[in-house]
Design a protein around this ligand. Structure first.
Ligand code: ADP
Length: 563
């Protein structure tokens, strides 16, 4: 039965109880009052009239007013005949009274009047007693019925009061327990209500919702498990080492490559605090250091491998929830690079001798003692000489670079005055400068301390700066070469007033094979500045550049001063 119907029936029943009880009570009270009224009207009044008639009868012979009083009460009595036998007696009283009216001393009639009045009185008294008895009986029966009805209704109402709240509260309790279970992710919870009402519908809806959530949860878990296994499979099959940490730097996972490189087993270190592990593990320590991308040389599994260290932050909505360190295996690139360097070194070395002999042959041809050449021949010969020079410069740069790359820079470090290094470099580019009518101004600060340097390689760097400066400076301009003291350092610089370099290219200017994009000289290799940096840093100095478009450039390096 529907809850609405139950409520309607319950409340309807109570309403009916009130109506029935009320109607029954009203009817009973009415009936009792009518009985009392009837007694009063039918019998009591008769007694009063009879009493009045008897009083009038006492005074009848002498008091003529008594006739009127008698007549009035008799008339009222005649209108109030209610009991069986009362009519005949009343009629007899009338007849005897008419005789007394004619003969006041008619004793028989007077006696007849008295007897009949007495009879009427008796009849009415008996009727009063009977009616009283009837009224008592109907009051008792009404009281009995009311008690019975009251008891039955009270029992029903009591049953309702005891059971009805449960009809509502029990399903609500079960439903709220079910909702709490769902809130606690217990999606297997079901509500079993046998009733077919609104609560039954609610329980069915709840059960189907819980079933859907259960299905969703299981499919989600299955999907998450699948994703996890897939990611684990991908991570474990990578050639790069991968280690994951949570936001508290505790190890979350590590793939097999990382295990063999670091020399620790994943199951032994998961959940451990990484800095604690780093205390006893060099590689872990290196990985945890916040150093920018750096090449690492690692000897593992009987061979040397090369890795670059990359840190990837794991974020969830702006919040940092962990970190993944990837050791990218660059060994194959390294091997290729090595092969390339060896190839370049061999080729450059092999080219040097034939180019030198081309140069020598060209200068012999240029000698007038061997024979005179016409103007065109001389121009061709000079172009051969220029190209041979350029080739020799390129091969020597490539050779230097391969030395740098293989870590084979041979340094002859000695104390050297800045002046001699600068002089050597300026002399080497003098001819080139003259050809472009560029003048080189040297500015060497007085009483400069000496520096510890490889004179040859340092002046090679200055020559490279000067060659570039001459190349990119306008004709007939001035190039300044300076050496000055900067605190505890000696600073060398070459300043030109050429085209300058855009600020955005400056960070990469010392990279290998890097040439500033644009309408610049095409002939260079992009190696000069990279070799310069390696030469200067190998000697403990640092190289720098200041430049702006249209304002020329200032390339330089600093060496620690000998104090
Ligand atoms: P390259 O042999 O090509 O000159 P470098 O390493 O010496 O190689 O120079 C790299 C690049 O830097 C050049 O290609 C050039 O674009 C730029 N560069 C070097 N020096 C200057 C300078 N003084 N003025 C303007 N650009 C320069």
């Amino acid at each position: 039965m529907r809850l609405k119907t139950k409520l309607t029936l319950g409340i309807g029943f109570l309403f009916l109880v009130i109506v029935v009880f009320g109607v029954f009570g009203i009817i009973s009270i009415h009936r009792l009052r009518n009985d009392a009224d009837r007694v009063l009207k039918n019998n009591y009044e008769t007694l009063v009239y009879n009493n009045n008639m008897l009083k009038a009868l006492e005074r009848l012979p002498e008091d003529s007013l008594a006739f009127t009083l008698f007549e009035n009460n008799l008339t009222l009595q005649e209108k109030n005949v209610t009991e069986p036998g009362e009519k005949e007696s009343t009629l007899a009283v009338r007849q005897y009274f008419e005789r007394v009216r004619i003969n006041r001393n008619d004793t028989v009639a007077l006696i007849g009047i008295r007897e009949n009045i007495q009879l009427i009185n008796d009849l009415n008294q008996e009727a009063i007693l009977n009616k009283n008895q009837n009224a008592r009986e109907s009051a008792e029966s009404a009281a009995t019925w009311m008690t019975i009805i009251f008891t039955v209704l009270a029992l029903i109402a009591f049953t309702l009061v005891v059971n009805f709240p449960g009809v509502i509260s029990n399903p609500i309790r079960q439903l709220s327990a079910g909702i709490s279970a769902i809130a606690n992710k217990n999606y297997s919870k079901r509500i079993h209500l046998s009733q077919q009402d609104e609560f039954g519908d609610l329980a069915n809806a709840f059960n189907s919702m819980a079933e859907k959530l259960d299905e969703y949860e299981h499919s989600n878990i299955a999907r998450i498990r699948f994703e996890k296994s897939r990611i684990e499979a991908v991570i474990n099959n990578m050639r790069d080492a991968i280690i994951g940490f949570d936001e508290k730097k505790q190890v979350l996972f590590m793939n097999s490559v990382a295990e063999s490189l670091i020399g620790l087993r994943e199951k032994d270190i998961v959940g451990k605090y990484a800095p604690d592990l780093a205390l006893h593990n060099d590689l872990m320590r290196t990985l945890l250091q916040d150093t920018p991308r750096k090449e690492l040389e690692i000897f593992a599994d009987g061979k040397k491998s090369y890795f670059v260290n990359e840190r990837i932050e794991v974020r969830n909505d702006e919040e940092r929830i962990g970190e993944v360190i990837v050791l990218r295996n660059i060994t194959p690139f390294h091997e290729l690079d090595e092969a390339k360097t060896n190839f370049i070194a061999t080729v450059s070395h092999e080219l040097k001798t034939p180019i030198s002999s081309i140069k020598m042959s060209a200068s012999l041809l240029d000698d007038a003692r061997i024979g005179m050449m016409n103007k065109e021949q001389q121009e061709l010969l000079h172009s051969i000489q220029d190209d041979a020079d350029r080739l020799l410069k390129i091969t020597s740069e490539l050779l230097n670079m391969s030395q740098v790359e293989t870590g084979n820079i041979q340094l002859k470090i000695q104390t050297a005055p800045a002046e001699s290094i600068i002089r050597q470099a300026v002399q080497a580019v003098q001819f080139q400068a003259q050809q472009k009518q560029v003048s080189i101004k040297t500015d060497i600060a007085a009483s400069l301390p000496e520096v510890m340097a490889d004179t040859e390689k340092t002046s090679w760097v200055l020559i490279n700066f000067l060659t570039n400066a001459i190349r990119y400076a306008p004709e007939a301009s001035v190039i300044e070469v300076s050496a000055s003291r900067k605190k505890d350092k000696v600073s060398f610089a070459v300043r030109d007033h050429g085209i300058g370099i855009d600020e955005k290219y400056l960070p990469r200017i010392f990279d290998r094979y890097y040439k500033v994009p644009g309408n610049y000289e095409k002939s260079g290799t992009g190696l000069g500045l990279a070799i310069s940096r390696e030469f200067i840093e190998a000697q403990g100095g640092n190289i720098w550049v200041e430049s702006a478009i249209g304002d020329g450039s200032r390339f330089g390096f600093d060496f620690p001063a000998i104090t």
